[in-house]
Design a protein around this ligand. Structure first.
Ligand code: SF4
Length: 352
């Protein structure tokens, strides 16, 4: 991968906060609303109170670049077959005990993001690598929202797309600013139980549902959802039916849903990997509830990854690993029965 980026130092005063008392600040970026004493960090680590002002200390920082297949986000209906220039920083506003990127999301070590970059150079590097745009991913991009806004603005000016992979744990106050130039998002819906959210992610379900409603019903952002299925924790058929019903009733039957396999990691090493049959059962439930595009991910088999026309039942996009073949697509329609397949496709650039 080509990389011509130069380093520049930067710390940025944060948005979405207020001074409350005695040099303490209250952060309004996510529903945790941390009250941070002078010299301390918020829960997410990278937002720090320096002399009574809140700073985003990750601004300009990057914890590694990769020119990933868009399918890896996962986004299956957003320019399938493209690559997207991806990066993250460190820290997270959730505390998931099953985190599969815990070495960066839980890191409090700034050495992992010691280099500093400019938004212009990241955009230039995405262009050099023939990517369709920038993906803010790997750790939670909401927490470095000012940095996302800066890059996304430059990316749009150069005709590139912006993609976020997020937990959706953000306040209404901040989401309008951060999603302003975002074209597509994959939101992790980690469970449909508030108890699960509280116990295993140290957060709450409702703000995530609220973000999803807003994204789908009030913005033009293309939305896909990932639900990680953890045996014995969120694989109950009743819960999966409730999750699917929520998407059908309150979002849209065309929102793609990815059921992702859990692999033992971080603080949940004693839980077994998700069996394929559990993932297939989850797909059956979601399809039965009326969802049109349901997928299986994070498994070592090519199962549940093809896009099937919801009208004629033929495969329109075939996926083998990260190789994607639009075998039955005519622009954004099914080649066999002319049904529109929801999403954004290469030969229909501009649609969203
Ligand atoms: S973004 Fe970080 S500092 Fe702000 S409320 Fe959330 S966890 Fe706390």
């Amino acid at each position: 991968m080509k990389n011509k980026i130069q380093s520049i130092p930067d710390y940025k005063i944060a948005n979405w906060w207020q001074l409350i008392d005695n040099h303490r600040v209250k952060c309004h970026l996510c529903p945790r609303f941390c009250k941070i004493p002078k010299g301390s960090h918020g829960f997410c680590f990278i937002r720090k109170n320096i002399d009574g002002k809140l700073y985003n200390t990750a601004n300009g920082s990057v914890n590694g670049f990769a020119n990933d297949p868009i399918e890896k986000k996962p986004l299956y209906h957003f320019y399938p077959g493209s690559t997207i220039y991806s990066f993250g920083t460190i820290g997270c506003n959730l505390g998931c005990k099953f985190c599969q990127n815990w070495h960066i999301s839980m890191s409090v070590n700034q050495k992992y993001i010691s280099k500093k970059y400019s938004a212009q150079d990241i955009v230039k590097s995405a262009q050099i690598n023939n990517s369709i745009g920038i993906a803010y991913t790997y750790n939670e991009p909401i927490i470095f929202g000012e940095w996302v806004i800066d890059i996304a603005d430059h990316a749009h000016n150069k005709g590139l797309k912006n993609v976020m992979v997020t937990n959706g744990y953000i306040t209404p106050e901040a989401r309008h600013d951060i999603f302003k130039n975002i074209d597509a998002v994959n939101v992790d819906l980690k469970s449909f139980s508030d108890q699960f959210y509280r116990k295993l992610t140290l957060s709450n379900l409702d703000p995530v549902l609220d973000t999803l409603r807003w994204l789908v019903n009030e913005t033009n952002v293309w939305v896909e959802i990932t639900a990680l299925i953890i045996p014995e924790h969120n694989d109950d058929p009743y819960e999966l039916r409730s999750l699917s019903k929520f998407i059908v009733d309150e979002l849209d039957t065309c929102v793609p849903l990815h059921f992702s396999a859990f692999h033992p990691d971080f603080k949940m090493l004693d839980v077994l990997p998700t069996p394929i049959k559990t993932l297939k059962r989850a797909c059956d439930i979601a399809l039965d509830e009326g969802l049109k595009f349901v997928y299986i991910g994070n498994v070592f088999k090519d199962v549940g990854q093809d896009t099937i026309c919801p009208s004629c039942g033929k495969i329109v996009i075939k996926r083998i690993g990260y190789r994607t073949h639009l075998i039955g697509m005519n622009e954004n329609k099914c080649l066999y029965c002319d049904t529109t397949i929801s999403g954004c496709f290469k030969n229909t650039i501009g649609q969203s």
